[in-house]
Design a protein around this ligand. Structure first.
Ligand SMILES: *[C@@H]1O[C@H](CO)[C@@H](O)[C@H](O)[C@H]1NC(C)=O
Ligand SMILES: *[C@@H]1O[C@H](CO)[C@@H](O)[C@H](O)[C@H]1NC(C)=O
Ligand SMILES: *[C@@H]1O[C@H](CO)[C@@H](O)[C@H](O)[C@H]1NC(C)=O
Ligand SMILES: *[C@@H]1O[C@H](CO)[C@@H](O)[C@H](O)[C@H]1NC(C)=O
Ligand SMILES: *[C@@H]1O[C@H](CO)[C@@H](O)[C@H](O)[C@H]1NC(C)=O
Length: 516
């Protein structure tokens, strides 16, 4: 191997002058690769010969020794390989068989730029490639200032190689005269270019910043629409129910891309008053009022179309109020009032009274703002009812209740309606005559219940008396009269039965009974 490498090195060194002579016949091919990409350095034999077991060299002709790939009969010789190419080169064995000696270079670096030579000593064939390494990135346009109808735009593009040029074009593709291009070179050797231009605000003004590099044939551009007056339109009011999500819909009349611009939603009176600040394409969390943390969003896809709507999740009562949306760079601003409501279905209770009439009570909890309560008959006529009692809970929600006295009629269909005009909420509950009819007047209930109670008491007492009599009689038999004849027993039973009954119905004559 050592002898082979040394031999190749000698050949290479000897050939340096020779190469120059050849370059006229085989013109150097230019290959452009972008930083970080993989690139194929092409090299083909004039006729498709099998080169798989031939010695082969790929070298940088501007370095000594400049081997980047050196192959003996069967395998690569790594000893003379340029360190910066280790692990970044590859040759296809299959392609070698057909005379394709192209080298793939992975993850191109800026230092890879330079002249390359492909050489097969045994065939005396060589070819040259010049690799150009470039780097490009899309420019970003920012609005720097707006003075009356004039807007100062800045275009910046970082990460270029080689040094690019920057152009400003108007909507018709004409060059605009702009300030000088500032160029900075970073420690990574990449260039950052920037330039400013002043343009008029006009509806049709669509400005382009183009950054281009001729050697690498790279060009990147960004457009900025600099509109004239584009009214921000929001409805004056939006109603949301507590706990729901709501969108505060605001739209620029002319579609202006606002995603890369500042969109600020504030709630005047709040401290801090920022509800959602969209800056540089994202929410600025630090400025946001804590009560809106994780509860707001704007719509990136819609911002591009000038839709700056704000969504608020899980609306709270405290979210109620005026919101203002502003887009500073076009000086647009609009306000929108959010009204928050809460509603719930009322419940009707029937309170029985002693007459042909009933009292109905209707109650509904969990309202906001304060609602009104109405009683209606089957034909939708207002019923005159007692005053509405209103209670406000610690959660700021209202509970309303009211009573009405109505006739029990089969056809009577009574409605309790609770409604709130600001939030346009209405809930109602019906109670029908059939249900009212089934309510028995209180007096009847008392009489019937009294009768049943009396009956129950009577039955219980009767049962207990009967039990006691039997117990006493059986006691008499077992204690003293075991030897009496059956005739005697009959007589005795009769006599004692009478005595027993006397005791029962004249308890004061005997021991007092605790039973009844
Ligand atoms: C501005 O012009 C470019 C092409 O020059 C076009 O792609 C882009 O949509 C235009 N933007 C607007 C807002 O008209
Ligand atoms: C430059 O690139 C464009 C497309 O990006 C291509 O059409 C053109 O042929 C290229 N020119 C050169 C000289 O490579
Ligand atoms: C703006 O975007 C929101 C969210 O997608 C949508 O609800 C609303 O209708 C849009 N407004 C307009 C005017 O398109
Ligand atoms: C009572 O009236 C309401 C409308 O006012 C109706 O929806 C409901 O069905 C009626 N109930 C009966 C039992 O007729
Ligand atoms: C109120 O709500 C009803 C339906 O619930 C709807 O038809 C009506 O347009 C709403 N009115 C307002 C002013 O929002």
């Amino acid at each position: 191997m050592d002898t082979l490498s040394t031999f190749s090195l000698w050949i290479f060194v000897l050939c340096m002058d020779f190469v120059k002579g050849y370059s006229q016949e085989a013109p150097t091919k230019q290959i452009v690769a972008l930083l970080g990409d993989d690139v194929v350095l092409p090299c083909f034999m004039k006729s498709p010969v099998d080169t798989s077991n031939l010695q082969l060299e790929w070298a940088r002709t501007d370095l000594t020794p400049g081997f980047i790939y050196l192959r003996g009969k069967l395998e690569e010789n790594l000893e003379l390989k340029q360190p910066s190419y280790v692990g970044r080169t590859s040759l296809s064995f299959d392609k070698l068989k057909h005379g394709d000696v192209s080298l793939t270079l992975f993850k191109v670096q800026l230092s890879d730029e330079g002249p390359y030579r492909c050489f097969i000593p045994q065939l005396g064939q060589r070819s040259y490639v010049h690799l150009i390494v470039g780097s490009a990135s899309t420019p970003v346009i920012k609005v720097m200032s707006i003075i009356s109808s004039r807007v100062v735009l800045q275009c910046e593009s970082a990460g270029w190689y080689p040094e690019p040029e920057l152009l400003w074009l108007d909507g018709e593709g004409n060059l605009l005269s702009a300030g000088p291009t500032e160029t900075l070179r970073g420690p990574d050797d990449l260039y950052t270019v920037s330039s400013r231009v002043t343009v008029e605000k006009r509806h049709s003004n669509n400005i382009t910043c183009r950054v281009q590099q001729r050697n690498t044939n790279q060009s990147r551009e960004t457009h900025k629409h600099v509109p004239g007056k584009s009214h921000l339109v929001c409805p004056s009011q939006v109603v949301a129910m507590m706990g729901d999500d709501v969108v505060l819909p605001c739209q620029l009349k002319l579609a202006v891309d606002t995603n890369s611009e500042t969109v600020n939603w504030i709630k005047p009176g709040l401290d801090p008053n920022v509800v959602h600040l969209h800056f540089d394409g994202q929410l600025v969390f630090e400025n946001q009022h804590p009560s809106y943390h994780f509860r707001t969003r704007v719509f990136e896809d819609e911002l591009i179309k000038g839709n700056v709507s704000l969504k608020i999740f899980k609306v709270k009562l405290s979210d109620e109020g005026t919101y203002r949306c502003s887009i500073p760079w076009i000086r647009e601003e609009a306000s929108i009032v959010l009204t928050v409501g809460s509603a719930s279905t009322p419940v009707i209770k029937v309170m029985p009274i002693v007459s042909s009439r009933v009292v109905l009570q209707c109650e509904s909890a969990g309202w906001y703002p304060e609602p009104e309560l109405l009683w209606l008959d089957g034909e939708g006529n207002l019923l005159s009812a007692g005053p509405t009692e209103t209670l406000r809970g610690p959660d700021d929600l209202y509970t309303v209740s009211s009573r009405v006295t109505v006739e029990k009629r089969h056809s009577n269909n009574i409605t309790c309606r609770v409604q709130q005009r600001n939030t346009n909420q209405s809930r109602e509950t019906h109670v029908h005559g059939v249900i009212l009819d089934s309510f028995i007047p209180l007096l009847h209930v008392v009489i019937i219940m009294g009768f049943f109670c009396f009956l129950a008491v009577w039955i219980v007492c009767f049962q207990l008396l009967k039990t006691k009599t039997e117990v006493v009689l059986s006691f008499y038999w077992t204690e003293e009269d075991a030897n009496l004849s059956s005739a005697d027993r009959q007589i005795l039973k009769h006599v004692r039965g009478i005595q027993q009954q006397k005791q029962m119905f004249h308890p004061e004559a005997a021991e007092p009974s605790e039973l009844c």
